[in-house]
Design a binder for this molecule. Sequence first.
Ligand code: HAM
Length: 443
Amino acid sequence: MPAFRAPRGLRDLLPPERQGLARLEELASKLAARYGYRPIETPLFEQAGVFERGIGEVTDVVEKELFLLQPREEDGERWALRPEPTAGIVRAYVQHGMQTWPQPVKVTMTGPMFRYDRPQAGRYREFWQFDVEAIGDPGPAVDAEIIELADRFYREAGLQNVVIQLNSIGDPVCRPAYVAELTAYYRAHAAELPPLERARLERNPLRILDSKDDALAALNAAAPKAIDRLCAACAAHFAGVRAHLHAVGVEYVLEPRLVRGLDYYTRTAFEVYPAGATGQQAAIGGGGRYDGLVELLGGRPTPGIGFGLGLDRVLLALEAAGAATNGELAPLAVIVGSAPDDTLTRLRLATELRSAGLASRAELGTRKLGKQLEAAARDGAHFAVIVGDELSGGNVQLRDLEAGTQRAVPVANLARELERASRTHRHGLAAAGGTAGAPDRET
Ligand code: HAM
């Protein structure tokens, strides 16, 4: 047992897994750019109040899952690791006067989030989200555009069968009456509520509806539904969202019990699940409208909508579906040589190839050629450049390790020859034999 280990619920992402995540990150940023979203980066931790006020005091995320940092005496500030990106992005929107920018401000961020939750499969204390926010547009068209973007991300990532659940949870006009009705409903069933939920009954009954506790399933199924209590404006908005979703061909199911676990939502709310999966831990994404959040964090009243997709869970779902999770690696050439001590020539050749934009690794040890070639093959290298006596005549041998073919190539043409040969090779890390068994991806 090693003396030091990664903290519970946090993982080391080893190269194959990091590679899979990098593929999703790249897809996310390119896709968001295709829709006009620009990157933003906010700090990994913020004043705890950003989350307490933004997400809501009576939520699991704030009550139970916030990673609070030990304050240092000199600043006395309470900091918390970000459990999600939206509150921090909205804080930045207010702080930097982004309401004076052309609206909506469309931003995207991908990075780690931290929740002190009980770790289990698919639920980590550090996890990665692809987040998108459109701040300053009341919708409903942008709501549909955002949901369509989420839907497209899964498909382009390789997950074909996802289910989008959709609901509207009203606004400050219609929600108070609904919440009062919900409170009365749960009060009448107080004896059936577990202690935590009973304590929340008067402060935030929506959280009971959102409970992960199986014992509440029947009670929650029979609870009054927000969708039946929408005011005229919210009903019209929701009809608009659905019409726009229809126009862009996005399929979804209506889920009247969907309320989301964060307090800032108004109107549109949605979650995404792999087909056949149920239960909150299985959600691979979620989002919705937060028309009160900018004001709550000190800005002018400004509508907003966004989503966060759980990339760790997308990778798990891809693996479960037997789909490829690895990105493509540039074909790699390894420079080996029959004179083990001549590291100088090998390093020089590799450096020249890298300058020409090619991926190469030189054998920098002094083992024998046979061992060098074995290591190159184990590494998943696609080519070996073999330096031997012919170098004095200006040639090296270029071996295609996969095809098993070999030919002499003038050193002066090596980069061009490798470039040409590389175009026929496109491999994922799986070809290196070092992955968790994911199939190779060929294009
Ligand atoms: P959320 O539903 O709390 O929403 O999280 C979004 C996604 O993050 C979830 O659907 C899930 O895939 C993933 N996720 C959450 N917790 C964990 C965990 N402990 N381990 C692994 N994955 C997890 C939000 O965070 C909102 N900020 C989304 C949003 C953006 N709404 C508007 N704009």
